[in-house]
Design a protein. Structure first.
Length: 345
């Protein structure tokens, strides 16, 4: 059934297909009984796959990465597909349209996606209104960024503004400075500006009666020296974890014709071609720091890729492109696979 639906949706441009899918999903949930059917079909409940991090008990380690439900519009529907947690965003202080369309492209033969969305979102105040009605017991992360027109030297103010507004409505935060689709954003990954930015948000966090876990999402294109700097910054700023990794600028070893890729233009690549590099990053980070929590993301398109991330040192994992290409059964298969691995051990 999913194969037929996917084939039909893939006839549409990627961004239109995404909007259409989510619209139809929301409509279908108005049919009595549909929600319970989907819950029964895709949910795996087992203490063997529960994880506890930052004092939060995750029902399973498979989350939905940021970018899929930027504005928290579909938490009620997506929460029924077996995810252990969902990350919304990237959210910016003010609404913004993002980059000109088309800006989302499928590489079907590579099971990959190129996007240059550009932090398109409705703004943090709109997102908070949606989060007020979030499903009970759903763990939600807030991925925060800066507006395109905010210069890097004033970026901290944007991140702090998002943090303050979202604080009462999400369970953890992610500082996103690794998207390649906002001009000059990745310059904030350099040691000095990154330390300043994290300290600004962390200072506000520590002033709260009960601080929230604060994570950093990093690019896969960093060198080992840069990754070491990131770990040093984590120690200095008492960061609570890392998400490895965001999309890559690399176009190496793709099956898609080079002419077609050039026509798609700039943007971050996600999906299967990113799997090995993101796992390498996780492995390197874990070899240098045994304790820091890591959420692994990038090319998790089947059970084996999920296990590779966990074996490399990821405490939790996230999917995005795999959800698009493999459908909701992917979450169930990974969780069932993890249950068997844990049982066998």
């Amino acid at each position: 059934m999913f194969a037929l639906i996917k084939k039909a949706l893939f006839l549409f441009p990627a961004e239109i297909a995404h909007s259409l899918t989510m619209y139809l999903l929301k409509i279908s949930f108005k049919i009595p009984g549909i929600k319970n059917i989907i819950l029964r079909l895709f949910t795996v409940r087992s203490k063997k796959i529960e994880r506890k991090l930052w004092g939060i008990k995750f029902p399973n380690p498979v989350g939905l990465a940021a970018g899929f439900d930027k504005n928290a519009d579909f938490l009620n529907e997506l929460s029924c597909f077996g995810f252990g947690f969902i990350e919304i965003g990237t959210v910016t202080p003010l609404p913004q349209e993002g980059n000109p369309k088309p800006r989302l492209f499928r590489l079907i033969s590579d099971e990959a996606i190129i996007n240059r969305m550009g932090f398109n979102n409705k703004g943090v105040k709109s997102v908070v209104e949606k989060l007020k009605n979030r499903p009970k017991n759903l763990i939600v992360g807030g991925n925060i960024g800066k507006n395109k027109n905010t210069p890097n030297e004033k970026a901290s103010a944007d991140y702090v503004a998002c943090f303050d507004t979202l604080f009462d409505h999400v369970d953890y935060f992610v500082i996103n400075v690794s998207s390649p689709n906002t001009p000059n954003l990745r310059e904030l990954q350099d040691k000095t500006p990154l330390t300043k930015l994290i300290k600004a948000v962390q200072e506000r966090n520590k002033s709260k009666e009960t601080p929230k876990p604060l994570l950093l999402k990093i690019a896969p294109d960093l060198s080992n020296d840069q990754l070491t700097d990131i770990l040093n910054i984590c120690n200095e700023t008492q960061l609570d974890g890392l998400i490895a990794t965001n999309t890559t600028l690399s176009r190496d070893s793709l099956k898609e014709r080079s002419e077609a890729i050039e026509k798609m233009g700039a943007g971050g690549l996600s999906g299967l071609p990113l799997a090995d590099r993101s796992t390498e990053v996780i492995k390197f980070l874990r070899s240098k720091n045994q304790k820091i929590p890591i959420i692994g993301v990038g090319g998790v398109g089947d059970v084996s890729k999920a296990l590779e991330k966990i074996d490399a040192g990821a405490n939790l994992i996230q999917i995005y492109s795999g959800f698009i290409f493999k459908g909701p059964s992917l979450i169930k298969k990974i969780n069932e696979g993890l249950t068997k691995i844990v049982h066998n051990n």
